[in-house]
Design a protein around this ligand. Structure first.
Ligand SMILES: [Zn+2]
Length: 581
C-alpha cells in the first residue's frame, strides 16, 4: 500500500527548527557562490572547508529536503540554482568538483561526497521536474564512484599508521546514504560497497572525530537492519554504550572527539548524530536507555548548541566538564546548522506511526501528522507541554474509519498522572514502554497528563526522588559530578541569573532526600550551594535550553562535583558534609 505521510512540527522543537531553516534563505552567510564553493572554487574569496567537496553544498541541499518535508518555507529558486550548479560539476567518473586521479585518497572528497549523496537522495522530492531527470543519472554515477574508491580506502584503513588519525573515518560518510540509496533503488552495488567499508572499520575508539564515528555507526546500524546482519547491529549497540560511558556530558551531548582529556569542546554535528543514533536504537526496541539518551541530547545539548541567529554550533567546556562557556568557534554554519536541522527533522518524521488500526506516538511533543492511506485519511494532532509538565492532548480524526488503539511512549523521566478520554478518566494498559488506550467508536480525544520528575544523575546512574523511605541512601553522594534534571531537561545554573564568581566557587549542591530541591513561585528552582570553608550561596536553576537562545553563550554550570543532603534528613550521611570537621 502506497501511503502518503505529511508531518508538521510545532511547539519548542518546531520553533528551534524554523529558526535554523530560516537561515537557508539568507544571503549571509549562504550566498549561492559560498554554498557551491566546495565544488566551484572561488580563488578570489576562499572560504573555510572548501576542500571538502560537496560537504556544505550537499548538506545545504539535504536541509532543503528536511524543510520541504516538514512544510517550512525556504527559497526554492535559490535551492534549485544551487542544485543545478552542483550537478553541472559532475565528472565522468561520477565525482563532483575538481577532478582527481582514480586512485587519489582525498579525505575532503570522500567525506563531502557522502554528505552530497545524502542531499541528492532527498532532492528529487523538492526539485520537481527541473532537476529530477538529471538526478536519475547523477546519483547512480556517484554511487559507482564510491564503489570503486572503496577498495583503496579498505587498504588505507588497514595501515596502523593511518588508524591513529583523528579523521580516519571520513570515508564512512557514504555508508548511511548508500544503504538509503539501496532502499530506494534496490541497487546491490550500493549495499556491497557499504558492507566492504563496514567490515574494514578499525575497532579503536581513541582520538577519533565523534561526528565521523557516529555517522559511521548510524550507517552500519542501517546496514545491519537491511541485511539482517545481527552481529553488525550488536556491534553498534556496544559502541553506543561505550560512547555513553566515556564521552557524554550531563546535558546529553557528546564531545567533539574521543581525545580525552584534551578535548575542550562539543560539536553540534556529533550531538545531532548521537540523538539520531539513540532515537533509532530506541525505535528498534533496543532498550529504554536509548530513548532517555536521545531525549536528553535533543532537549538539552542540541538546542543549547543553537545560537540567537538560528545557526547551530559548538560549545566549550571547562576541564572537569562541570561548566560550559563560550570561547570556541560558536556558529558552525558549514556543518552544524544543517546537521541540527537533520536531527530535528529525523525525530519529527518518527514522532508517530499511524496505520488504519493504531496510532503509535514515540515522542509526545507538539506535531500534526496526516496519513493518506488511499481510501481514507487519518489526521493526528498532538498539542503538548512536553518536555515540561502538563497535558499531552491527542486528537485523532479520519475521513473513514478511526484507528481503535492509541499508544504513547511514556518517557522514563515522566510521571503519568492521569489519562482522560473525551474528558473522562479511562482505563489504560501497558505494552512495553507504551501506555495504551482503546478508542471505541468516535472516542478520539485523549489527554495524557505527564509530570516531569526531578532526578539526579551521577556516574551514569539516575536517582529519582523521594527516597526518604529507604533505610539508607542508594546513592554515594561523593560519586559525582551530579546533574539535576526535570523530566529530560537539565536544570543548569546560568551566569545570566547567577553571579559567575559564585558559580565558579560552588563545590556542592544541597538537596533533601525527600524533596530534592524546591521550585519557587516564579517557576525557577532554588537551592543552597556550598564551597570552600564557609562559602554558601543560593543558586537558581533553570532548563539549560529554552527558546531564549541569547543565554546559550553565557557561562553555565551543568553539574556539581558533589551533593550534600540537607540537615533535616534522618538518613543524612554526616561524614560527607564538607563543613563538619
Ligand atoms: Zn558540525
Amino acid at each position: 500500500m502506497n501511503q502518503q505521510v505529511t508531518v508538521r512540527l510545532n511547539g519548542i522543537l518546531g520553533e528551534h527548527l524554523a529558526a535554523a531553516v530560516a537561515q537557508l534563505s539568507m544571503d549571509t552567510p549562504y550566498s549561492e557562490r559560498l554554498v557551491v564553493q566546495d565544488v566551484v572554487r572561488d580563488p578570489e574569496s576562499p572560504r573555510l572547508f572548501e576542500d571538502y567537496a560537496g560537504d556544505l553544498s550537499g548538506r545545504y541541499i539535504d536541509a532543503c529536503g528536511v524543510a520541504f518535508e516538514l512544510g517550512l518555507p525556504f527559497d526554492t529558486e535559490k535551492a534549485q540554482r544551487i542544485l543545478t550548479t552542483v550537478l553541472n560539476t559532475q565528472n565522468p567518473d561520477g565525482s563532483f568538483g575538481r577532478p582527481g586521479a582514480a586512485g587519489m585518497l582525498d579525505h575532503g572528497r570522500a567525506w563531502g561526497h557522502g554528505r552530497l549523496l545524502a542531499g541528492l537522495l532527498r532532492a528529487a522530492a523538492w526539485s520537481g521536474e527541473r532537476n529530477a531527470h538529471r538526478l536519475r543519472d547523477a546519483v547512480p554515477a556517484l554511487v559507482r564512484w564510491f564503489a570503486y574508491s572503496a577498495d583503496d580506502w579498505v587498504e588505507w584503513l588497514a595501515d596502523p599508521v593511518n588508524q591513529r588519525r583523528k579523521f580516519l573515518l571520513d570515508c564512512y560518510s557514504c555508508v548511511l546514504p548508500l544503504v538509503e540509496y539501496y532502499r530506494q533503488s534496490g541497487d546491490e552495488t550500493a549495499l556491497r560497497t557499504a558492507g566492504r567499508l563496514a567490515a574494514a572499520l578499525p575497532d579503536r575508539l581513541e582520538g577519533v572525530h565523534m561526528h565521523g564515528y557516529l555517522l559511521a555507526l548510524r550507517g552500519m546500524l542501517e546496514l545491519g537492519v537491511e541485511t539482517g546482519n545481527a552481529e553488525l547491529s550488536e556491534y553498534v549497540l556496544r559502541a553506543a554504550d561505550r560512547v555513553a560511558t566515556g564521552f557524554l556530558l550531563p546535558h546529553g551531548g557528546v564531545l567533539e572527539s574521543t581525545t580525552t582529556p584534551w578535548d575542550i569542546n562539543t560539536e553540534g554535528c556529533g550531538i545531532a548524530d548521537w540523538a539520531m543514533l539513540c532515537a533509532r536504537l530506541a525505535e528498534l526496541g533496543r532498550g529504554p536507555r536509548h530513548a532517555t539518551r536521545y531525549e536528553q541530547a535533543l532537549f538539552n545539548a542540541l538546542l543549547h548548541a543553537q545560537h540567537t541567529s538560528g545557526h547551530f554550533g559548538c560549545e566549550t567546556r571547562n576541564p572537569d566538564a562541570t561548566m560550559l562557556h563560550a570561547d570556541y568557534a560558536p556558529q558552525a554554519w558549514w556543518c552544524c546548522t544543517f546537521h541540527g536541522v537533520a536531527a530535528i527533522g529525523y525525530v519529527a518524521s518518527r514522532a508517530a506511526v499511524v496505520t488504519s488500526d493504531a496510532v503509535d506516538i514515540a515522542l509526545p511533543v507538539s506535531f500534526r501528522q496526516v496519513v493518506d492511506l488511499g481510501d481514507h485519511t487519518i489526521d493526528v494532532e498532538v498539542t503538548s507541554a512536553y518536555p515540561d509538565s502538563g497535558p499531552v492532548d491527542v486528537r485523532v480524526s479520519s475521513t473513514g474509519d478511526l484507528p481503535t488503539i492509541l499508544r504513547l511512549r511514556l518517557p522514563r523521566t515522566s510521571v503519568l498522572r492521569q489519562v482522560l478520554r473525551d474528558g473522562e478518566t479511562v482505563a489504560t494498559r501497558f505494552d512495553g514502554d507504551r501506555v495504551v488506550v482503546d478508542l471505541p467508536d468516535g472516542k478520539a480525544t485523549v489527554r495524557f497528563e505527564l509530570e516531569a520528575a526531578l532526578s539526579f544523575e551521577g556516574r551514569g546512574s539516575r536517582t529519582f526522588l523521594p527516597m526518604a523511605n529507604s533505610t539508607e541512601p542508594d546513592i554515594d553522594l561523593t560519586e559525582g559530578p551530579w546533574a539535576v534534571y526535570l523530566g529530560p531537561r537539565l536544570l543548569a545554573a546560568s551566569s545570566t541569573t547567577n553571579d559567575l564568581e559564585d558559580l565558579l566557587r560552588i563545590r556542592a549542591l544541597q538537596i533533601s532526600l525527600h524533596d530534592g530541591i524546591v521550585q519557587a513561585e516564579d517557576g525557577r528552582w532554588r537551592a543552597t550551594a556550598w564551597g570552600y570553608d564557609t562559602f554558601r550561596t543560593d543558586v537558581t536553576l533553570e532548563p539549560l535550553a529554552t527558546t531564549d537562545r541569547g543565554r546559550n553563550d553565557a557561562a553555565t554550570r551543568i553539574s556539581f562535583p558533589i551533593l550534600v543532603t540537607s540537615p533535616q534528613s534522618v538518613h543524612d550521611p554526616h561524614e560527607q558534609h564538607p563543613h563538619e570537621h
